[in-house]
Design a protein around this ligand. Structure first.
Ligand SMILES: Cc1cc2nc3c(=O)[nH]c(=O)nc-3n(C[C@H](O)[C@H](O)[C@H](O)COP(=O)(O)O)c2cc1C
Length: 312
């Protein structure tokens, strides 16, 4: 009832761990997989190890919303290959390797190294709002997005998804570029560029001055992005919806807007306590009940329904 697919990738349920939240080593990724996630996305991995920005890197805003400017800290591609291999030894669940680079050549180097671990798919992070030359600046250059996607597709036989920033006027521009480069699906959205200022010190709170906003407050933005992209491309382009999902009803909304699966980030890490990882099984039960009550046999029957129903 909850099975879904993203091109050739079969998921036992549509709940995927979002990149950057807990997906930093095999042990944590296994914990999330064993707690009931349908798939895992790794922290974004670059060529060399990176420490990220100085503290403060996170500001809690209340209501489960946060601002972060981690600065893409990660152990580097060579070390991370081992984490993916370890995960694969202990779990059959799909693992999406999120990667970043400052240019096409660096993306390709990372993809070549990570491909040795044969992740189930790649997710290209071209959309980090605080990643400087490694971030959303790449996603603003359509020719580069197309080139990176095309080149990474040459390196791996695995599906390649491209994650897009909401900080753009028209998201279909980078999405079209990614699809022209052969992308197998689109991930929407990364965090929204934002900041917080301390009124006592009268300075930005984050060491990086600004960061990315996530949590329930961005859900309506993410939902509109998914709706718009589905309106443009329809069912033929798998969309993974992400942004502010914190309840089972949110998951249903994303499916109705056109998503074929969803990612969950902030709700897992910053929404309460460690027990929060039980949300996967909780969502699964509640969505099954909803589907039964409403007369559906599969969650996939909901994909894009809000479009059809608004045309009637
Ligand atoms: C602490 C933190 C770190 C993140 N790191 C990454 C990252 O490394 N790569 C990436 O593509 N997205 C990263 N994201 C963005 C999330 O994957 C997701 O797109 C965004 O947070 C919106 O979803 P959410 O509201 O469910 O968290 C990060 C988000 C947070 C909160």
């Amino acid at each position: 009832m909850l099975q879904t697919k993203l091109g050739v990738i079969q998921l036992e349920n549509p709940f995927i761990l979002a990149s950057g939240v807990l997906g930093v080593n095999a042990a944590l990724m296994l914990r999330i997989a064993n707690a009931g996630a349908g798939a895992i996305t790794t922290k974004s991995i670059g060529l060399e190890p990176r420490e990220g920005y100085n503290n403060p890197t996170v500001v809690e805003l209340g209501g489960g919303n946060i601002l972060n400017a981690m600065g893409l800290p990660n152990p580097g591609s060579k070390d991370f290959v081992e984490e993916i291999k370890e995960f694969k030894k202990q779990s059959v669940k799909p693992i999406f390797a999120s990667i970043f680079g400052k240019d096409c050549q660096e993306f390709c180097e990372v993809a070549r190294i990570i491909n040795k671990a044969q992740p189930s798919a790649f997710e290209l992070n071209i959309s980090c709002p605080h990643g400087g030359k490694y971030g959303a600046i790449i996603g603003q250059d359509s020719a580069l997005v197309e080139e990176i996607t095309r080149e990474v597709k040459q390196i791996t036989k695995k599906p390649v998804f491209v994650k897009i920033s909401p900080n753009l006027t028209d998201l279909s521009v980078p999405a079209e570029a990614a699809l022209a480069g052969g992308a197998d699906g689109i991930v929407l959205i990364n965090t929204l560029r934002a900041m917080a200022i301390d009124i006592t010190y009268r300075m930005p709170i984050l060491a990086n001055k600004f960061g990315g906003l996530s949590g329930p407050c961005i859900k309506p933005v993410a939902l509109k992005c998914v709706f718009d992209l589905y309106a443009k491309f329809g069912k033929k382009v798998p969309i993974i919806g992400v942004g502010g999902i914190s309840s089972w009803q949110d998951v249903i909304e994303f499916f109705l807007a056109g998503a074929s699966a969803v990612q969950i980030g902030t709700a897992l890490a910053y929404y309460g306590n460690v027990e929060q990882i039980n949300l996967f099984s909780d969502f699964a039960e509640k969505i099954k009940t909803y589907l039964k009550q409403e007369g559906f046999t599969s969650i996939t029957e909901l994909i894009g329904l809000a479009h059809e129903n608004s045309e009637m």
